[in-house]
Write a protein that binds this ligand. Structure first.
Ligand code: GUN
Length: 302
Protein backbone atom coordinates (compact mmCIF):
# COMPACT_ATOMS: atom_id res chain seq x y z
CA UNK A 1 0.00 0.00 0.00
CA UNK A 2 1.23 3.52 -0.72
CA UNK A 3 1.54 5.84 2.27
CA UNK A 4 -0.43 9.00 2.83
CA UNK A 5 1.97 11.93 2.32
CA UNK A 6 1.68 14.51 5.11
CA UNK A 7 2.61 17.91 3.68
CA UNK A 8 3.66 20.59 6.15
CA UNK A 9 2.94 23.23 3.54
CA UNK A 10 -0.78 22.35 3.66
CA UNK A 11 -1.07 22.07 7.46
CA UNK A 12 0.96 25.26 7.78
CA UNK A 13 -1.38 27.17 5.45
CA UNK A 14 -4.36 26.28 7.68
CA UNK A 15 -2.59 27.46 10.83
CA UNK A 16 -1.36 30.66 9.14
CA UNK A 17 -4.99 31.47 8.20
CA UNK A 18 -5.91 31.19 11.90
CA UNK A 19 -2.93 33.34 12.88
CA UNK A 20 -3.90 36.07 10.41
CA UNK A 21 -7.27 36.37 12.19
CA UNK A 22 -5.59 36.54 15.60
CA UNK A 23 -3.20 39.25 14.34
CA UNK A 24 -6.16 41.25 12.99
CA UNK A 25 -7.84 41.04 16.42
CA UNK A 26 -4.63 42.22 18.13
CA UNK A 27 -4.26 45.12 15.70
CA UNK A 28 -7.86 46.14 16.48
CA UNK A 29 -6.70 46.50 20.11
CA UNK A 30 -3.73 48.64 18.99
CA UNK A 31 -1.14 45.86 19.33
CA UNK A 32 1.01 45.06 16.29
CA UNK A 33 2.80 41.76 17.00
CA UNK A 34 6.49 42.21 16.25
CA UNK A 35 9.50 39.90 16.01
CA UNK A 36 13.13 40.97 16.28
CA UNK A 37 15.57 38.59 14.55
CA UNK A 38 19.31 38.81 15.16
CA UNK A 39 21.58 37.42 12.45
CA UNK A 40 25.32 37.34 13.06
CA UNK A 41 27.42 36.70 9.95
CA UNK A 42 26.27 35.44 6.57
CA UNK A 43 26.11 31.65 6.82
CA UNK A 44 24.00 30.72 3.75
CA UNK A 45 21.74 28.24 5.60
CA UNK A 46 21.11 30.81 8.38
CA UNK A 47 20.37 33.55 5.83
CA UNK A 48 17.85 31.28 4.11
CA UNK A 49 16.15 30.36 7.43
CA UNK A 50 15.95 34.03 8.46
CA UNK A 51 14.49 34.95 5.06
CA UNK A 52 11.80 32.25 5.46
CA UNK A 53 10.93 33.61 8.92
CA UNK A 54 10.65 37.20 7.64
CA UNK A 55 8.47 36.08 4.72
CA UNK A 56 6.21 34.02 7.03
CA UNK A 57 5.85 36.97 9.43
CA UNK A 58 4.82 39.30 6.59
CA UNK A 59 2.29 36.72 5.37
CA UNK A 60 0.33 36.76 8.66
CA UNK A 61 0.73 40.48 9.42
CA UNK A 62 3.53 40.29 12.01
CA UNK A 63 6.07 43.13 11.92
CA UNK A 64 9.59 41.77 11.60
CA UNK A 65 12.96 43.43 11.87
CA UNK A 66 16.22 41.63 11.16
CA UNK A 67 19.24 43.11 12.92
CA UNK A 68 22.36 42.06 11.00
CA UNK A 69 25.75 42.02 12.68
CA UNK A 70 29.08 41.13 11.05
CA UNK A 71 30.57 37.67 11.76
CA UNK A 72 33.33 39.43 13.75
CA UNK A 73 30.83 41.10 16.16
CA UNK A 74 31.77 40.56 19.80
CA UNK A 75 29.64 38.67 22.33
CA UNK A 76 29.04 42.00 24.09
CA UNK A 77 27.71 43.58 20.91
CA UNK A 78 25.24 40.73 20.43
CA UNK A 79 24.23 40.93 24.12
CA UNK A 80 23.63 44.67 23.73
CA UNK A 81 21.27 44.09 20.80
CA UNK A 82 19.37 41.42 22.78
CA UNK A 83 19.08 43.73 25.81
CA UNK A 84 17.80 46.55 23.61
CA UNK A 85 15.12 44.24 22.17
CA UNK A 86 14.23 42.98 25.69
CA UNK A 87 13.62 46.56 26.82
CA UNK A 88 11.70 47.68 23.71
CA UNK A 89 7.93 47.13 24.22
CA UNK A 90 7.36 47.23 20.44
CA UNK A 91 8.93 43.74 20.19
CA UNK A 92 6.98 40.75 21.52
CA UNK A 93 9.40 38.09 20.29
CA UNK A 94 13.20 37.85 19.97
CA UNK A 95 15.09 35.24 18.00
CA UNK A 96 18.86 34.99 17.68
CA UNK A 97 19.63 32.75 14.71
CA UNK A 98 21.91 29.83 15.59
CA UNK A 99 24.61 28.71 15.14
CA UNK A 100 26.56 31.78 16.24
CA UNK A 101 30.24 32.28 15.30
CA UNK A 102 32.54 30.17 17.49
CA UNK A 103 33.79 33.07 19.65
CA UNK A 104 30.25 33.77 20.95
CA UNK A 105 28.75 31.50 23.63
CA UNK A 106 25.20 30.81 22.48
CA UNK A 107 24.11 29.84 26.04
CA UNK A 108 24.99 33.35 27.25
CA UNK A 109 22.92 34.91 24.48
CA UNK A 110 19.97 32.57 25.09
CA UNK A 111 20.06 33.26 28.84
CA UNK A 112 20.13 37.02 28.22
CA UNK A 113 16.88 36.86 26.24
CA UNK A 114 13.79 37.74 28.25
CA UNK A 115 11.88 34.44 28.87
CA UNK A 116 8.64 36.28 27.99
CA UNK A 117 10.02 37.17 24.53
CA UNK A 118 11.83 33.85 23.99
CA UNK A 119 9.87 32.66 20.94
CA UNK A 120 12.39 29.83 20.31
CA UNK A 121 11.65 28.45 23.82
CA UNK A 122 15.38 27.89 24.34
CA UNK A 123 15.75 29.79 27.65
CA UNK A 124 16.45 27.40 30.57
CA UNK A 125 13.43 28.82 32.43
CA UNK A 126 11.16 27.85 29.54
CA UNK A 127 12.82 24.45 29.16
CA UNK A 128 12.12 23.84 32.86
CA UNK A 129 8.52 25.03 32.54
CA UNK A 130 8.02 22.66 29.59
CA UNK A 131 9.29 19.66 31.53
CA UNK A 132 7.12 20.53 34.53
CA UNK A 133 4.03 20.94 32.33
CA UNK A 134 3.65 24.65 33.16
CA UNK A 135 2.43 27.31 30.68
CA UNK A 136 5.32 28.30 28.39
CA UNK A 137 6.14 28.93 24.73
CA UNK A 138 6.48 25.59 22.96
CA UNK A 139 9.70 24.84 21.04
CA UNK A 140 8.99 25.34 17.34
CA UNK A 141 10.12 22.12 15.66
CA UNK A 142 8.72 19.73 18.32
CA UNK A 143 5.46 21.70 18.32
CA UNK A 144 5.42 21.46 14.51
CA UNK A 145 5.74 17.67 14.80
CA UNK A 146 2.83 17.48 17.25
CA UNK A 147 0.61 19.72 15.12
CA UNK A 148 1.40 17.65 12.00
CA UNK A 149 0.18 14.57 13.87
CA UNK A 150 -2.90 16.03 15.55
CA UNK A 151 -4.16 18.01 12.55
CA UNK A 152 -3.83 15.01 10.26
CA UNK A 153 -5.85 12.74 12.56
CA UNK A 154 -2.98 10.97 14.36
CA UNK A 155 -3.42 12.01 18.00
CA UNK A 156 -0.39 10.74 19.96
CA UNK A 157 -2.53 10.02 23.07
CA UNK A 158 -1.97 6.41 24.22
CA UNK A 159 0.32 5.68 21.25
CA UNK A 160 3.88 4.44 21.38
CA UNK A 161 6.01 7.25 19.97
CA UNK A 162 9.61 6.31 19.20
CA UNK A 163 11.92 9.32 18.80
CA UNK A 164 15.35 8.78 17.22
CA UNK A 165 17.77 11.53 18.27
CA UNK A 166 18.29 13.25 21.65
CA UNK A 167 19.14 16.80 20.56
CA UNK A 168 18.22 19.80 22.71
CA UNK A 169 16.47 21.25 19.64
CA UNK A 170 14.16 18.32 18.83
CA UNK A 171 14.44 14.93 20.58
CA UNK A 172 14.57 15.99 24.24
CA UNK A 173 11.91 18.77 24.10
CA UNK A 174 9.60 16.60 21.93
CA UNK A 175 9.79 13.82 24.52
CA UNK A 176 9.04 16.40 27.26
CA UNK A 177 5.97 17.62 25.33
CA UNK A 178 4.58 14.17 24.51
CA UNK A 179 4.77 12.75 28.05
CA UNK A 180 2.51 15.49 29.49
CA UNK A 181 -0.98 14.46 30.58
CA UNK A 182 -2.91 16.71 28.20
CA UNK A 183 -4.66 16.67 24.81
CA UNK A 184 -2.27 16.20 21.89
CA UNK A 185 0.23 14.44 24.19
CA UNK A 186 -0.19 11.64 26.77
CA UNK A 187 1.92 9.26 24.69
CA UNK A 188 4.24 6.43 25.70
CA UNK A 189 7.64 7.69 24.58
CA UNK A 190 10.85 5.82 23.82
CA UNK A 191 13.85 8.06 23.12
CA UNK A 192 16.56 6.31 21.08
CA UNK A 193 20.09 7.65 20.60
CA UNK A 194 23.61 6.62 19.64
CA UNK A 195 23.84 4.44 22.76
CA UNK A 196 20.68 2.46 21.86
CA UNK A 197 21.23 -1.24 21.21
CA UNK A 198 19.26 -2.93 18.43
CA UNK A 199 17.56 0.25 17.21
CA UNK A 200 15.50 -1.56 14.55
CA UNK A 201 13.84 -3.82 17.15
CA UNK A 202 12.55 -0.66 18.89
CA UNK A 203 11.60 1.39 15.82
CA UNK A 204 9.54 -1.58 14.55
CA UNK A 205 7.36 -1.25 17.69
CA UNK A 206 6.47 2.38 16.97
CA UNK A 207 2.92 3.57 16.28
CA UNK A 208 4.55 6.92 15.50
CA UNK A 209 8.21 7.21 14.55
CA UNK A 210 10.03 10.56 14.67
CA UNK A 211 13.41 10.61 12.94
CA UNK A 212 15.59 13.46 14.24
CA UNK A 213 19.13 12.15 14.30
CA UNK A 214 20.64 14.22 11.47
CA UNK A 215 21.84 11.21 9.44
CA UNK A 216 20.77 11.06 5.80
CA UNK A 217 18.33 8.19 5.07
CA UNK A 218 19.33 6.30 8.25
CA UNK A 219 15.82 4.87 8.75
CA UNK A 220 15.31 2.12 6.18
CA UNK A 221 12.16 0.19 5.23
CA UNK A 222 13.11 -2.92 7.26
CA UNK A 223 13.16 -0.76 10.44
CA UNK A 224 9.50 0.34 10.25
CA UNK A 225 6.20 -1.60 10.50
CA UNK A 226 3.40 -1.13 8.00
CA UNK A 227 0.93 0.73 10.26
CA UNK A 228 3.44 3.34 11.44
CA UNK A 229 3.12 7.10 10.96
CA UNK A 230 6.57 8.52 10.19
CA UNK A 231 7.61 12.12 10.84
CA UNK A 232 10.98 12.97 9.30
CA UNK A 233 12.63 15.98 10.95
CA UNK A 234 16.00 15.51 9.20
CA UNK A 235 17.31 18.10 6.76
CA UNK A 236 20.56 16.85 5.22
CA UNK A 237 22.44 18.24 2.24
CA UNK A 238 23.82 15.52 -0.02
CA UNK A 239 25.98 16.14 -3.10
CA UNK A 240 24.04 16.03 -6.38
CA UNK A 241 25.91 17.05 -9.52
CA UNK A 242 22.61 17.35 -11.42
CA UNK A 243 21.15 19.90 -8.95
CA UNK A 244 21.68 23.64 -9.69
CA UNK A 245 23.40 24.23 -6.32
CA UNK A 246 25.37 20.97 -6.45
CA UNK A 247 23.42 19.47 -3.54
CA UNK A 248 19.90 18.41 -2.62
CA UNK A 249 18.01 17.93 0.62
CA UNK A 250 17.09 14.53 2.03
CA UNK A 251 15.61 13.53 5.36
CA UNK A 252 16.70 10.99 7.98
CA UNK A 253 14.40 8.39 6.38
CA UNK A 254 14.66 6.58 3.10
CA UNK A 255 11.48 8.27 1.85
CA UNK A 256 11.23 6.43 -1.49
CA UNK A 257 11.33 3.01 0.22
CA UNK A 258 9.21 3.90 3.26
CA UNK A 259 6.40 5.49 1.26
CA UNK A 260 5.63 2.06 -0.17
CA UNK A 261 5.17 0.42 3.23
CA UNK A 262 4.11 2.78 6.04
CA UNK A 263 0.71 4.35 6.94
CA UNK A 264 1.81 7.97 6.47
CA UNK A 265 5.07 9.90 6.06
CA UNK A 266 6.29 13.51 5.79
CA UNK A 267 8.47 14.45 2.78
CA UNK A 268 11.75 16.41 2.91
CA UNK A 269 11.58 19.22 1.94
CA UNK A 270 7.94 20.27 2.44
CA UNK A 271 7.25 18.28 5.61
CA UNK A 272 8.16 19.51 9.09
CA UNK A 273 10.29 22.47 7.82
CA UNK A 274 7.40 24.84 7.00
CA UNK A 275 5.73 23.89 10.31
CA UNK A 276 8.74 25.11 12.31
CA UNK A 277 8.40 28.63 10.92
CA UNK A 278 4.62 28.60 11.50
CA UNK A 279 5.05 27.57 15.15
CA UNK A 280 7.50 30.45 15.58
CA UNK A 281 4.85 32.85 14.24
CA UNK A 282 2.34 31.30 16.67
CA UNK A 283 4.72 32.01 19.58
CA UNK A 284 5.01 35.67 18.52
CA UNK A 285 1.21 36.00 18.34
CA UNK A 286 0.83 34.33 21.76
CA UNK A 287 3.46 36.63 23.30
CA UNK A 288 1.53 39.65 21.94
CA UNK A 289 -1.76 38.18 23.25
CA UNK A 290 -0.19 37.89 26.70
CA UNK A 291 0.67 41.61 26.57
CA UNK A 292 -2.97 42.39 25.70
CA UNK A 293 -4.24 40.14 28.53
CA UNK A 294 -1.85 41.80 31.01
CA UNK A 295 -3.24 45.19 29.98
CA UNK A 296 -6.75 43.96 30.80
CA UNK A 297 -5.57 42.74 34.21
CA UNK A 298 -3.94 46.12 34.92
CA UNK A 299 -7.20 47.88 34.07
CA UNK A 300 -9.16 45.61 36.41
CA UNK A 301 -6.88 46.31 39.36
CA UNK A 302 -6.56 50.09 38.65
N1 GUN B 1 19.03 27.40 13.73
C1 GUN B 1 18.47 26.26 13.26
N2 GUN B 1 17.24 26.10 13.76
C2 GUN B 1 17.00 27.15 14.57
C3 GUN B 1 15.89 27.56 15.37
O1 GUN B 1 14.85 26.89 15.46
N3 GUN B 1 16.04 28.72 16.05
C4 GUN B 1 17.17 29.46 15.99
N4 GUN B 1 17.23 30.58 16.72
N5 GUN B 1 18.23 29.12 15.27
C5 GUN B 1 18.14 27.98 14.56
Amino acid sequence: MTARILRGTETSALIRDELRDRVTALREHGIVPALGVVLVGEDPASVSYVTAKAKGAAEVGIDEETIRLPAAASELEVLQVVRRLNADPRFHGILVQLPLPGHIKSERIIEATSPEKDVDAFHPINVGRLLRGEPCPLPCTPHGVVQMLVRNGYDPGGRHVVICGRSNLVGKPLAAMLIQKRPGANATVTLCHTGTRNLAAITRQADILVAAMGRPRAITADMVSSGTVVIDVGVNRIPDAAAPKGFRLVGDCNFEALKETVEAITPVPGGVGPMTVTMLLLNVVEAAERVLAARGEERKTA
